[in-house]
Design a protein around this ligand. Structure first.
Ligand SMILES: Cc1cc2nc3c(=O)[nH]c(=O)nc-3n(C[C@H](O)[C@H](O)[C@H](O)COP(=O)(O)OP(=O)(O)OC[C@H]3O[C@@H](n4cnc5c(N)ncnc54)[C@H](O)[C@@H]3O)c2cc1C
Length: 401
């Protein structure tokens, strides 16, 4: 199925209004339009362009993107890394190498991919523009104080009442704030520093771990680093997650922070010769309602922004999009029943991912005896047994109603 052979809108098919055109909003629009709904996306920005370099797309997400017909457009941009190399961040000694490209294709039947966020967003946008039943309105900020004013504003803009309003408006979601029992946002105490680095900066790393076709995961008590290829291997993306217990509104001084850490000197040299893209605070959306039980739903970071210790935030948004569109368009249930099913199914899975992310945080940032135990356990486990531990996540397939 290609991204252009979507089903044309049928009479009485749902009209869906989406707030926000990030990864969640665009994927939701494509999934709904594919299943025959008419979709309008309202985005406050004048143009789409996400900073933040690259991201990892695990097979649970690429499987859905493939089902939505986006594979030909996306695979022009993405890289399938050969392996994930887990390394002790202090000694830089490799602990375990997971052959992720093979495992992903053979065990989970979809690729594990790395790509620029801008490329992903551009291709999602192209797919939206190719769909006759899908409309994107830029420079369209929705301002509302309660459910009634949201519905009135949307109804006036669309000149009719939508069947469903979806808040894909990110971690600081206004839609979430008007839902009865909508959750608040907590700062996790962690920040993410992002960099792009070229092959020259990477030569600071020891040759045994300087493999430009792998994801290097360097685990250190002071923070972990994920280093992976980008831009057809000409660049590498670095995400460096560290604790920051001070005021989240004040960015810590990077050089002073490096001086206080036990990073390997080679890592420090590589970071210092890379292009620094900025520091992101990591926030978490607490447990709360994802729907109003009638005709409003949250999706992506608006529903469940999470810490990036499993690299699953966007992947969960892509899964949400497919599950919600499928329930509303294909199950024959009333919208309110579809929302109930959506909330029940997705919360259980997202909670499991969050729990696993917390376990990873402890393992990635371990010190002393826990660090030694982590290294021992990982080195003894076979790639196949590590792979079995991830089946529930990477092998997940959305059911069609
Ligand atoms: C350091 C870091 C690394 C990460 N790495 C990965 C990774 O490797 N893999 C992965 O799967 N995930 C990763 N994530 C998570 C991922 O980036 C997010 O989960 C995902 O981008 C969220 O997308 P979203 O569309 O829900 O929200 P957003 O991208 O925040 O989009 C929300 C949109 O809504 C618009 N909007 C807001 N309010 C309004 C309004 N009132 N009216 C109109 N428009 C509005 C905004 O302008 C914006 O365009 C990472 C996150 C971080 C912080």
């Amino acid at each position: 199925m290609s991204s252009t052979d979507n089903i044309p809108p049928r009479p009485n098919t749902p009209l869906v209004a989406i707030i926000g055109a990030g990864i969640a909003g665009l994927c939701t629009a494509i999934a709904f339009a594919k299943f025959g709904a008419k979709v309008v996306i309202f985005e406050k920005a004048d143009e789409l362009g996400e900073v933040g370099a690259s991201l990892q797309l695990s097979p649970n997400a690429t499987h859905i993107l493939t089902d939505l017909g986006l594979l030909p457009a996306l695979q022009k941009h993405w890289i399938e890394p050969q392996s994930i190399c887990m390394t002790d961040g202090v000694s830089l000694k490799p602990i375990k190498t997971l052959p992720i490209a093979r495992l992903s294709r053979d065990e989970w039947h979809a690729p594990y991919a790395l790509m620029r966020r801008t490329d992903l967003q551009r291709e999602l946008l192209n797919a939206v523009r190719d769909m006759p039943n899908c409309e994107l309105r830029l420079s369209s900020e929705l301002n509302f104080a309660n459910i009634e004013s949201l519905q009135t504003d949307i109804e006036q803009r669309l000149e009719q009442k939508p069947d469903l309003v979806i808040g894909a408006d990110g971690v600081w979601s206004d839609t979430r704030s008007i839902l009865p029992n909508g959750a608040g946002v907590d700062y996790t105490g962690y920040v993410a520093w992002r960099f792009m680095t070229d092959t020259k900066a990477r030569t600071h790393m020891p040759t045994n771990i300087n493999n430009s076709s792998n994801i290097m995961l360097m685990m250190n008590g002071d923070g972990h680093i994920a280093l992976y290829p980008s831009d057809q291997y000409e660049q590498s993306n670095i995400v460096f997650v560290t604790e920051h217990l001070g005021d989240p509104h004040v960015t810590p001084d990077f050089d002073a922070m490096l001086l206080s850490m036990s990073l390997n000197p080679a890592t420090v040299r590589m970071l210092k010769s890379s292009d620094h893209l900025g520091c992101w605070t990591i926030n978490h959306v607490a447990e709360g309602a994802w729907t109003n039980g009638a005709n409003i739903a949250l999706i992506g970071d608006a529903a469940h922004a999470m810490s990036p210790f499993m690299a699953q935030g966007a992947a969960m948004a892509i899964e949400d999009a497919y599950v919600l569109a499928n329930l509303i368009c294909n199950s024959g249930q009333a919208v309110s029943q579809g929302l109930q099913q959506y909330e029940m199914r997705r919360k259980a899975r997202v909670d499991k991912v969050r729990t696993r992310a917390m376990t990873n945080r402890i393992a990635y940032h371990a010190r002393g005896p826990i660090r030694a135990a982590r290294n021992m356990v990982l080195s003894l486990k076979s790639p196949e047994s590590l792979c079995r531990d991830l089946d529930w996540l990477y092998g997940w397939k959305a059911e069609r109603e």
